[in-house]
Design a binder for this molecule. Sequence first.
Ligand code: BV8
Length: 251
Amino acid sequence: MSDTGRDLERAAGFLQEARSVVVSTGAGMSKESGIPTFRDAPNALWEKFDPAKLASEEGFLADPPLVWQWYEERRRMISTAEPNPGHRAIARLEPHFENFTLVTQNIDDLHRKAGSRNIVEMHGNIFRYKCFNLHHPIDTLPQDERVPPRCRCGSLIRPDVVWFGELLPEQAVERAYTALRKCDVMLVVGTSGVVYPVAGFPEVARAHGARIVEINPESTAITRVAHIFLEGPAGGVLPELVDAFLKRKAA
Ligand code: BV8
């Protein structure tokens, strides 16, 4: 058996012994659904814009129409994307554990579309909006030809995503740390491990005794923390890993 095959079997063994599992995903998870990652070589989405600048309060206040249009463009592109076999493999895994928590940095809603249930959106959701000044929830965008549209309180409306320099939703952070502290296995999929505090999650889980499995076509800042590094795309490796785990369970 190849090294990769052996590592895959070892990772399936970790899952077989586990009662609590955390899966953490980044932009690479949605790459095979046609959504460019933040790091990909310049592409239509990012070459014009510096996400760290636009995805911030300062960036929005400096040019609200530009940032609003940038999100509208991304929202339109994401709304045509479908979950890939990697998303579906994670959804297949979930019912087999007493505790299963999916922690995602992605704002594309594809895990929910794939059928995952216990999802913690660390950076919000591009299909949700909120009022900039008072965080009034905005269920449907008002008929308003102004760009960005305004909340009934007169404030600008913004996407309900977490920008650089903003705190993550308290409830999401609490749910994530509770799961990290008690998980036996953590799968870390499709993230470069650069953006904090989520980038620090694998170390938290490992410090509490979890075994860490990373899935990525290339090594990252997370790889040094992983017990097993499964090299390859999420859409290829995750279905194989879940099949190997289910085969063990059935044996
Ligand atoms: C905060 C939503 C308190 C918006 C995003 C500690 C140290 C240093 C800096 C900080 C720190 N604490 C806080 C900071 C500041 C900052 C930060 O971490 N900056 C980085 C750049 C150093 N963090 C914050 O501001 C956070 N807030 O902590 O508040 C605070 C504030 C200020 C100062 C101190 C404390 C808020 C961060 C949230 C930002 N919002 N998204 C939007 O999307 O528009 S971040 C956004 O970029 C994503 O959500 C994601 O988090 C990140 C991109 O990372 P990845 O998902 O990993 O994607 P990436 O493209 O990088 O990598 C893709 C990977 O996929 C690669 O590894 C590739 O190999 C792999 N891949 C490719 N193909 C595939 C694949 N994998 C699998 N299958 C494939 N087919």
